[in-house]
Design a protein around this ligand. Structure first.
Ligand SMILES: [Zn+2]
Length: 80
């Protein structure tokens, strides 16, 4: 059975073409030397193996990566 991969940008929903340079983003936790752990945003260039990860976001370019970061910062800012 063929497995057809199709990615869509998690911000603008455009489909990914083969030659396009996309970005991946996800959050993990970082723990300051003093204090409690907090969420941090990670962005990296497209990696085929990372792109399968369940909680990773697919971003079609810098503009959508910035939009994603803006949204994340707003949600983090609301926690303080
Ligand atoms: Zn996009």
């Amino acid at each position: 059975m063929a497995w057809t991969e199709s990615y869509h940008c998690d911000v603008c929903n455009s489909p990914r073409g083969d030659a396009e340079d996309w970005w991946l983003a996800w959050t993990d936790l970082t723990t300051p030397p003093e204090g409690t752990e907090q969420e941090s945003l990670r962005i990296t260039r497209w990696s085929h193996s990372l792109s399968h990860s369940a909680d990773v976001k697919h971003l079609c370019g810098a503009r959508c990566a910035q939009t994603f970061m803006d949204r994340w910062m707003l949600s983090e800012g609301a926690r303080r």
